[in-house]
Design a protein around this ligand. Structure first.
Ligand code: FAD
Ligand code: SF4
Length: 500
């Protein structure tokens, strides 16, 4: 059953709830770990700061979605040499509510490195393979069908094929009921995307789990070094404090994302004997650009991200990208001018890199996250190379105008001109850089001096306290992370159910 804090707390002052396992956060990791434990017979209570949404409640307008479905109303940024947006989802389903449904397994090269951190089960051919299979089956993961890919994805495919590049393919997605309406980042209004709120959570509730929404956990409760639950503020639907709650639980799992989980440990003043809490933040920085064609593309019609190219040698993944016309108008305003019909002929693609740079998450004095991240020289150079690749593909596909991907420069007609704009000295602030995959801030490992969480999900320092979200990754994954986070969380849930 899903109940809101407003229903639960009422005039009680402080509500007190009991559970075998309390899971903080209902995103990719929280939903998957709670699902596994509920199915194994545990009484699971999920606590979620955001609200619960039905597909028909989603309004495909950025202003509405940002206010309701995103952390900090989608104003979250990382500060360093430049400001880089770091959006995150909020609500039952977490970031899976607003993601594009891209599903990649972790590359073998990454899994081999992870096993060197003591995660033997993550090695290629290990237990993780079978779990990936189960997660993919539950989410209905399948390769994007060309009939839903449509103009924006197919024009990029055309360019990749003309170049004869071997690494391109349609993206596999967890969207079995997708109709290609192109608004994934605003909440899927058809229910066609199998986000965590439509898969793991309802199945967990069938096994007796409860979800309490509007519950912002503030602190972990400790008794003689053991976690005995959590406490926090109950929120009204418009985020006003309406009371307090406490949960007493045999085991507690933190799954508030790689931003929310370290913040909770910091605020609770625990779990950080290694000094690693909030460090090692990786984000998969990305950039992207647009091109114009003679033919109609209608980039907002079709799946948002349906085609990719893996530039494996560089740890770069190129992925087509689309959003609503109003989102794109800001980017394209200068080249579109007053002729809005030109937007019909626009195509768009992005790139993300497995970052060598890293950052930190700390609580600011007002309790909100302070995220520090500076992109290093090597990563900046890889973003420029990504843009050069995208322009090359668009030119091969027959683009008549290229916006190289450097801000403030005019669009150009030839590839040579675009590549000249993308010289090695393009500064970070001259590219549109963003990121949406925070990870690594409570990394897993065997060494308690170098990691926060053991390879089985238990924190090194606090008994009965676990972590199961993107913060676990020992180093940057390099591909879109949701099914890897879910699979790690399932593995941890199984260890917990077995008494670990
Ligand atoms: C716009 C966007 C597009 C993306 N596209 C893709 C994609 O196509 N494919 C892919 O693989 N990945 C994608 N991602 C990333 C992916 O969705 C996330 O990496 C993944 O969902 C993270 O899982 P998580 O469990 O770490 O946290 P989240 O899924 O972010 O869930 C964390 C939840 O915890 C809640 N929470 C946090 N703190 C507290 C607290 N103190 N008390 C109570 N609740 C709390 C939050 O409200 C949130 O609901 C995208 C992300 C975004 C933002
Ligand atoms: S393209 Fe539309 S139908 Fe398909 S997953 Fe995205 S929002 Fe849902």
């Amino acid at each position: 059953m899903i109940r809101s804090a407003q229903e639960l707390v009422g005039s009680a002052g402080t509500a007190i709830w009991q559970a075998d396992v309390c899971v903080v956060g209902t995103g990719a990791g929280g939903a998957a770990v709670g699902h596994t434990l509920a199915k194994a017979g545990a009484k699971v209570l999920f606590l979620e700061e955001g609200r619960s949404w039905a597909p028909e409640q989603f309004v495909p307008k950025p202003s509405v979605a940002y206010r309701n479905l995103y952390q900090d109303r989608n104003t979250r940024v990382m500060e360093g040499k430049s400001y880089i947006p770091l959006p995150g989802g909020r609500g039952v389903g977490g970031s899976t509510l607003v993601n594009s449904g891209i599903c990649f397994r972790a590359p073998d090269r990454v899994r081999r490195r992870w096993s060197s951190f003591g995660l033997d089960w993550a090695a290629p051919g290990g237990e993780l393979d079978a779990i990936y299979g189960e997660v993919e089956a539950l989410l209905g993961v399948a390769k994007t069908d060309p009939s839903q890919a449509r103009g924006n994805n197919l024009i990029f495919k055309k360019g990749v094929e003309r170049l004869g590049h071997p690494g391109g393919d349609f993206i596999s997605r967890n969207a079995p009921g997708c109709v290609g309406c192109g608004v994934c980042q605003l909440g899927c209004p058809t229910g066609g995307k199998a986000s965590a709120d439509l898969t793991f959570i309802p199945e967990a509730m069938d096994s007796g789990a409860e979800v309490h929404t509007g519950c912002r956990v503030e602190r972990i409760l400790l008794e003689r070094g053991r976690c005995i639950g959590v406490e926090g503020i109950a929120l009204s639907p418009d985020d006003r404090s309406i009371g307090r709650f406490q949960v007493r639980a045999g085991k507690t799992v933190l799954a508030g994302s790689a931003v929310g989980t370290p913040l909770l440990l910091w605020r609770s003043g625990t779990g950080n004997r290694s000094g690693q809490v909030g460090k090692n933040l990786h984000v998969h920085p990305g950039t992207g650009t647009i091109a114009f064609f003679d033919e109609e593309i209608r980039l907002w019609d079709g799946v948002t991200q349906g085609y990719y190219v893996d530039l494996e040698d560089e740890d770069i993944v190129i992925e087509t990208f689309s959003a609503t016309p109003e989102t794109y108008y800001t980017l394209a305003r200068r080249s579109v001018g007053g002729d809005l019909r030109k937007m019909n002929r626009m195509a768009s693609c992005g790139a993300m890199i497995a970052d060598r740079s890293s950052g930190t998450v700390r609580p600011a004095p007002d309790g909100r996250p302070e995220i520090a991240y500076s992109l290093g020289e090597e990563d900046r150079a890889r973003l420029i190379r990504s843009l050069r690749f995208i322009n090359t593909v668009y030119a091969a596909a027959g683009a008549v105008e290229l916006q190289a991907g450097v801000t403030g420069v005019p669009t150009v007609r030839t590839l040579d001109e675009a590549l000249a704009q993308l010289h090695p000295d393009v500064a970070l602030h001259e590219m549109n850089v963003y990121a949406s995959h925070p990870q690594g801030t409570c990394r897993m490992g065997v060494d308690p001096d170098e990691s926060v969480v053991r390879p089985d999900g238990r924190t090194h320092d606090v008994e009965a306290l676990y972590v199961a979200d993107g913060s676990l990754f020992p180093e940057a994954l390099g591909v879109n992370p949701q099914i890897t986070i879910m699979s790690l969380a399932v593995w941890i849930g199984r260890r917990m159910a077995a008494g670990g």
